[in-house]
Design a protein around this ligand. Structure first.
Ligand code: CA
Length: 236
């Protein structure tokens, strides 16, 4: 990691942006603040931030516009911070390309953990690693072998690809349609039964108790979150 990562805070409520800046500066980040979409886009282009924290309700439009603009040119992690609790809002932001969604009010500790997760994921996308470890699970990318506690699991190719997608996006809410698009391909976004079937079969193979999953956590109405212990902040 670089010595000082830069965070672009897009927030029109000065009370919140000041609080964020205070917390993040203490965590060792640099910060720039934009109060609207226009200045956010300008600051994004000028500063090339490492992370973007984005409010959705902005005076000159919807924050999702910025997600679209950024995604057309960069992989910069975007964490939405919003008071909008509706499932459709969360799904829409994630499907547009946001990496995570934090509901207001939020704690500084929670936010720091989400930021670190997003940074790790970005490192994970750069395929330098031969294997991914989450808790007791080890997935070897080249050899297509998955093991749990050193016992090899027999997965079908689709189960392997689904698990690989989850393990590359640890602790992140991923929507149904995004998983279907990434694992099955464009055109499969609405084939919810495929996903449900394969999540069930995968759970039977990787979970200690498939009826009370510890890895593949259901996010009602939105998608799934793959819980990965070693990716989370283990200082709590
Ligand atoms: Ca706002």
């Amino acid at each position: 990691m670089k010595t000082k990562d830069l965070i672009l805070i897009v927030e029109d409520d000065p009370g919140i942006s000041k609080m964020l800046q205070f917390t993040l500066t203490q965590d060792g980040y640099g910060c720039v603040i934009a109060e609207n979409l226009k200045s956010a886009y300008r600051l994004f282009q000028v500063n090339n931030p490492d992370i973007i924290l984005l409010d959705l309700g902005l005076p000159d439009g919807d924050g999702k516009t910025l997600i679209k603009n950024v995604r057309s040119q960069a992989m910069t992690p975007i964490i939405v911070i919003s008071a909008r609790h509706a499932e459709q809002e969360i799904v829409a932001a994630l499907d547009t390309g946001a990496d995570d969604y934090v509901l207001k009010p939020f704690s500084g500790i929670e936010l720091s953990a989400r930021i670190r997760s997003a940074q790790r994921r970005l490192l994970g996308i750069i395929p330098s690693q031969q294997h991914i470890v989450c808790g007791e699970l080890v997935l070897q990318i080249e050899t297509l072998i998955v093991s749990k506690n050193e016992t090899i699991l027999k997965l079908t190719p689709t189960e392997f690809n689904l698990l690989k997608y989850f393990m590359l996006h640890p602790n992140q809410v991923v929507t149904h349609s995004r998983i279907l698009k990434e694992v099955w391909g464009v055109g499969y976004q609405h084939e919810m039964h495929y996903l449900r079937t394969f999540v069930n079969s995968l759970r039977k193979k990787i979970e200690n108790d498939p009826s009370r999953p510890q890895y593949i956590i259901t996010q009602m109405g939105v998608g799934y979150r793959f819980y990965c212990q070693n990716d989370s902040i283990s200082k709590e």
